[in-house]
Design a protein around this ligand. Sequence first.
Ligand SMILES: [Zn+2]
Length: 239
Amino acid sequence: MSFQDEIIVLKEVQYKDYDKILQCFSKKNGKIQVMARSARRANNENMSIAQIMNHSLVNIYLNKDMYILTNGSVINHFYEMRNNYESYVYGNYVLEILNHVLQENENYSKIFDMSVKILLMLEHHPEKMNYFIAAYEIKLISILGYKPELDSCSHCGGNEKAFLFSIEEGGIVCKKCTALQSGLSVAPDDIAAIRRLIGTRFDDIKDLNHISNRALSIINAYFNHYIGKDNFKSLKLIR
Ligand SMILES: [Zn+2]
């Protein structure tokens, strides 16, 4: 069975003398392993497709339970990102996140498009890298079913204003409930900033300003908690 799909290469492993096994995020099939035969031979037509991070439109065929790359063309190389060390580290962080959260044979087209978008933004707008990463984390965790509660107290459900943000309760906590619930102290601006990062399209994130560091670190802690991972190899290079 043959099909066409878009892929992002999450990981590449050398196999035999000239082949590669690619861990791919496929738009229609989730996380799949794809055999790229002869991809390490000079002048092989699939050499460029088989590079980590590249985004390509490819033809694949399924032979028993093995996906095999036939041919295709690269849509985004993210060349410029590779010239900015910090962007490149965060690009790899995105790949590491995807490798951790994606399952096989699931359709994640929304997450796929968002992932291509953030890699492009890291490449072209590195000055707003922190905002893009936080936006990616909070949008992704929301799509995965853990959207934080920012409108009413996540403990009592009341409409008092936010006093704390509780990672475990999954959102804001009002003053009345702070005796019962621990959390990180927040100002209304922090909550407004988190809301803006969720509600703003990726293309427009670069125009945001005044997102507090506290909002960014709450998002990161929240994200790590709900995806169940906080030791990212890629980030060890900069943090
Ligand atoms: Zn409450």
